[in-house]
Design a protein around this ligand. Structure first.
Ligand code: NAD
Ligand code: UPG
Length: 328
């Protein structure tokens, strides 16, 4: 298939693009490079440097015609969304609406969307399945829920076949592609930076959560397991239907357990500093992944140790990320 990958210069989009290319698909990446890296766009993919908020440019770009689109481009940081909600609604909601306009105009019939478990907020029952009530507690989750709603309506009204994958916490690396955000806010890369001495200590945000060790629990999923689900989702898109799947490993780990895994994998000391809770962070998010297992035949294959080991290999290979590798 000829596929449009928005956000394909970012962490997840670049690695999914790489898997799609390996599977024999043609890939065109649409990315503004605002938060991504030219060097992360895999060899063999064509890059269109376009901002999704530019409606006209998006419609023009999509007009060349695609068999399907995978939509990763977004702002994706919980704490930033609490501080600056307006940029989240403008980028995530408006950008997605522009993309839907472009897909409709060009007659593109398949869409896979990066949704998130943040749409569920602070669920009363964990693990969470797709019937968990959607009550986001931060603007990031609210903006993604709005897009899920727009996509559902687009499918109903205009026949699009779409799949929303509600990712839990994506981690690890794949060969020479990995996670490089500036500033880095994600847990595993920051713990590795502390282990490498690139920052004084890793902060533990919140030690008074109602969890066994008092730190927040997340479901970490290996980027390669996650990428594989996109290929299945693309094949599973059905005309006029919006399918929703939670995408996580089903196992929860606390912040302290992740730090311990980094100590074990690297053999290095990790200085820590206890700090207050980060605004917008729920205590515990773990996936019930039965639906995607049953309906798409997907299953996770990689452990937290493998996620940390692959992220560690990337961090050693590129201690300063893609900088110096010809980035924007
Ligand atoms: N990282 C996670 O754990 C996680 C979990 C759940 C969902 N997600 C979702 O997955 C997607 C990818 O996340 P990521 O971690 O790879 O983020 P990322 O920031 O590494 O990548 C996002 C990419 O989108 C591009 N982009 C952003 N706004 C754009 C715009 N208006 N026009 C064109 N390009 C734009 C950025 O330049 C960047 O290359 C996001 O939609 C995010 O919400 C991520
Ligand atoms: O230096 C750090 C960084 C994070 N944390 C904590 O570690 C956990 C995980 O944080 P992080 O890695 O920043 O991920 P999340 O905030 O859970 O968000 C990620 O995972 C969500 C799904 O759960 C996605 O929707 C988001 O896009 C993605 O950024 C949270 O409890 C944080 O408070 C720390 O204690 N110290």
């Amino acid at each position: 298939m000829k596929l449009l990958v928005t956000g394909g210069a970012g962490y997840i989009g670049s690695i999914v693009a790489q898997q799609l290319l390996a599977g024999g698909h043609e890939v065109v990446v649409l990315d503004s490079l605002e938060r991504g890296h030219r060097a992360a766009v895999p060899d063999g993919a064509r890059l269109l440097e376009i901002d999704l908020r530019d409606a006209e440019a998006v419609v023009d770009a999509v007009a060349e015609g695609f068999d399907g689109a995978l939509h990763f481009a977004a702002y994706a940081l919980v704490a930033e969304s609490v501080a600056r909600p307006e940029i989240y609604y403008r980028n995530n909601v408006l950008g997605s609406l522009n993309l839907l306009d472009g897909l409709r105009a060009a007659g593109v019939q398949r869409l896979v969307f990066s949704s998130t478990c943040a749409v569920y907020g602070e669920p009363e029952v964990v693990p969470m399945d797709e019937t968990t009530p959607t009550r986001p507690v931060n603007s990031y989750g609210a903006s993604k829920l709005a897009v899920d709603g727009m996509i559902a309506d687009e499918c109903r009204a205009h026949g699009l076949g779409a799949v929303s994958l509600r990712y839990f916490n994506v981690a690890g690396a794949s060969g020479c592609l990995g996670e490089d955000h500036y500033p880095e806010t994600h847990l595993i890369p920051n713990v590795l930076r502390a282990a490498q001495g690139l920052q004084d200590a890793v902060k533990i945000f919140g030690t008074d959560y109602p969890t066994p060790d008092g730190t927040a629990v997340r479901d970490y999923i290996h980027i390669e397991d996650l990428a594989r689900a996109h290929v299945l989702a693309l094949e599973g898109a059905r005309p006029s239907e919006h399918r929703i799947f939670n995408l996580g490993s089903g196992d929860g780990y606390s912040v302290r357990e992740v730090i311990e895994a980094v100590r074990t994998v690297t053999g290095l000391d990790v200085p820590v500093q206890e700090a207050g809770r980060r605004p917008g962070d729920p205590p515990r998010l773990v996936a019930a992944n039965g639906r995607i297992r049953a309906e798409l035949g997907w299953a996770p294959t990689k452990s937290l140790t493998e996620m940390v080991a692959d992220a560690w290999a990337f961090a050693q290979e590129r201690p300063h990320g893609y900088a110096g590798a010809g980035t924007h």
